[in-house]
Write a protein that binds this ligand. Structure first.
Ligand code: SF4
Length: 173
């Protein structure tokens, strides 16, 4: 799964590499050997989400969260849940994404947990967050294309809201 290579992405990637080198005790000119480049990509994607949350717990708009909800959970009608939505083992009754590689953690749940009466921040709250299927509501949303990306769930959401609306609310400025 490809992450968009923006200047911002390069910055995150650089910072992550610098931290990894620091943690490994390597000097400035020494190279770090990363066996699995996709790990770096995942780390950069997560870093983007965390930066977008900021120190003020910024959240995506209600419209964006509604689209993400549909993408991950479907609805009671004709839209089934995403095939990658997994039951959380740590938080019974909750779900996490089995495809993004971030695992079953408090911050990666696809619903807002309520712990000690407090509504927790969830993956779908982040202003910028990615979806391996590039579904509506997620920052890397890509519209379906006849014969190229044949995702029937994506098409169903597009038929309800329209590509223009979805694009506007998936990665707002
Ligand atoms: S692949 Fe996308 S839509 Fe499916 S559960 Fe993961 S984040 Fe949600």
């Amino acid at each position: 799964m490809e992450t968009e290579k923006t200047p911002e992405y390069d910055d995150y990637r650089k910072k992550i590499l610098e931290n990894a080198k620091k943690n490994a005790g390597l000097g400035k000119d020494e190279k770090i050997d990363i066996k699995d480049p996709s790990l770096l990509e995942k780390a950069a994607t997560l870093a983007k989400a965390v930066v977008s949350r900021g120190i003020n717990n910024n959240k995506a708009s209600n419209e964006t969260i509604k689209l993400r909800d549909l993408s991950c959970h479907g609805d009671d009608g004709s839209l089934p849940p995403c095939s990658e939505r997994k039951d959380s083992q740590k938080y019974p009754g909750s779900f996490y994404c089995g495809a993004c590689g971030c695992g079953d953690k408090k911050m990666t749940q696809l619903v807002n947990l309520v712990i000690n009466g407090k509504k927790e921040y969830s993956k779908i709250d982040y202003p910028k967050v990615s979806c391996p299927f590039k579904m509506p509501g997620f920052s890397d949303y890509v519209p379906s294309e006849e014969g190229v990306s044949d995702n029937s769930r994506k098409k169903e959401i597009e038929s309800r809201y329209g590509v223009e609306y979805i694009t506007e609310h998936s990665n707002p400025k």
